[in-house]
Design a protein around this ligand. Structure first.
Ligand SMILES: Cc1cc2nc3c(=O)[nH]c(=O)nc-3n(C[C@H](O)[C@H](O)[C@H](O)COP(=O)(O)OP(=O)(O)OC[C@H]3O[C@@H](n4cnc5c(N)ncnc54)[C@H](O)[C@@H]3O)c2cc1C
Length: 388
């Protein structure tokens, strides 16, 4: 006996975060059931309930820009498709440079983004000051801005996809930990969980920061590394800021929510891995307070309401891992989204579903396939704009 409705599924998705849910939703829409999504925790326990809600199309590579652009379109129509409003607010993303070297880097990003037909702009210091009320004098030399980037509330997005997937017949089992992947005749045959074992020919590893552990439990060496990142929310203030602001030099990012709170983070170093759980640290609060108050001095008087942390699932080249593992037929990766899985999930989930169904995708295997990490390194491209 298991806690699941069936003993066998066509696909088992491990992880009920935004990536796993979008994947299950697209599988169900394609009529490829039965699909089981298993999560050891509650909905939004992983990164999908702990992020800054940023959705941007300013990236260094065309491959990421195109996925992000498709996701922007998906979040714009999300309310109509899913019946939940994620409050996607396109106030733009403003990248700040406080040195000429960083501005040169942003100019190069702008050139790629603009050549993709997006209306990115390079700003001088005055142009930046017009977008950030109260900016400290001489804090920046310039920046770039794309008005169609934006911010959303992650929770209604997760709930919307969850409800829609369930309406289409996807079974979502929360509180069941997948401990292992059963292999028979060299391919996936099922999973073992704390709620019992199920048979399946296909497992999707959408386990976020724990994806490396799941792959390794299936006998697969992968380079994914979980890194802990902290974030906070302040008391509400009168609206003063439209864009998400990101500083290149230290990764400081913040946006103002529609309730007036500032939501933002800054990377302080933590040992890799998930062992420490998700606490917040005084070091982060101090670094964040200094950075914010230095950039917008009047924010030094604002109180922090709450701070928390979550895991990025990082890959060596900054691209996610999407596709079947060549070493284990039936084991499909949907992971390695770093600090940007929420903004890529609508586009990625669609493609993961196609991989599960054995259909071709437009993803360059040199950039996205799990096989790119096997054998001699081939791709020279990397997605390095891992900020905000
Ligand atoms: C502080 C912070 C800020 C961020 N800001 C942004 C941002 O502004 N924009 C953006 O796009 N992204 C952002 N991200 C990244 C984004 O949150 C993630 O990339 C995204 O949510 C990953 O979604 P996921 O579905 O892959 O993983 P998750 O949401 O982490 O879901 C994985 C799920 O798998 C489950 N699981 C893991 N292992 C097992 C197992 N063995 N058995 C059963 N269940 C298992 C977990 O319980 C979890 O619920 C941020 C992340 C953090 C931490």
């Amino acid at each position: 006996m298991t806690a699941f409705a069936r003993s066998e599924y066509r696909t088992v998705v491990v992880g009920a975060g935004i990536v796993g849910l979008f994947t299950a939703y697209h599988l169900a829409r394609a009529g490829a059931g039965p699909v089981l999504v298993v999560d050891r925790g509650y909905l939004s326990q992983g990164g999908s309930g702990r992020n800054g809600g940023g959705v941007r199309q300013q990236w260094e590579t065309r491959a990421t820009i195109r996925l992000a652009r498709e996701s922007v379109a998906a979040y714009r129509s999300f309310g109509r498709e899913f019946g939940y409003n994620p409050w996607f607010r396109q106030g733009g993303y403003l990248f700040l440079a406080d040195s000429e070297a960083d501005l040169a880097r942003l100019r190069a990003v702008h050139d790629v983004v603009a050549s993709e037909g997006l209306a990115s702009r390079v700003l001088d210091a005055d142009g930046v000051a017009r977008l950030v009320d109260g900016l400290a004098p001489h804090a920046v030399v310039g920046g770039t801005f794309l008005a169609s980037d934006g911010v959303l509330y992650p929770f209604p997005a997760v709930w919307g996809v969850y409800e829609a997937a369930r309406r289409l017949g996807v079974e979502v089992a929360l509180g069941a930990d997948v401990g292992g992947v059963t292999v028979r005749d060299g391919r996936v045959a099922g999973v073992t969980t704390t709620a019992g074992a199920v048979a399946t020919p296909t497992v999707v590893n959408a386990a976020g920061g724990w994806s490396g552990a799941l792959s390794r439990a299936a006998g697969l060496a992968v380079p994914n590394v979980a890194t802990r990142h902290e974030i906070l929310v302040t008391e509400p203030m009168k609206p003063f800021l439209d864009p998400m602001v990101v500083r290149v030099s230290d990764g400081l990012y913040f946006s103002q929510s529609m309730r007036g709170e500032l939501v933002g983070g800054l990377t302080v170093p933590h040992p890799p891995g998930t062992a420490a759980g998700t606490p917040s640290s005084t070091a982060f609060l101090v670094a964040m307070a200094r950075a914010l108050a230095g950039l917008v001095p009047r924010l030094s008087a604002v109180s922090v309401l709450r701070a928390w942390s979550g895991f990025f699932d990082d890959t060596p080249d900054g691209f996610p891992v999407v596709g079947e593992d060549p070493r284990l037929p039936g084991f499909v990766h949907a992971n390695g989204f770093g600090g940007h899985g929420f903004m890529l999930a609508p586009a990625a989930g669609r493609r993961v579903a196609r991989c599960v169904l054995g259909e071709a995708t437009d993803l360059d295997p040199l950039l996205f396939s799990p096989g790119r990490f096997l054998g001699p390194a081939r791709a020279t491209t990397a997605e390095r704009l891992q900020l905000g």
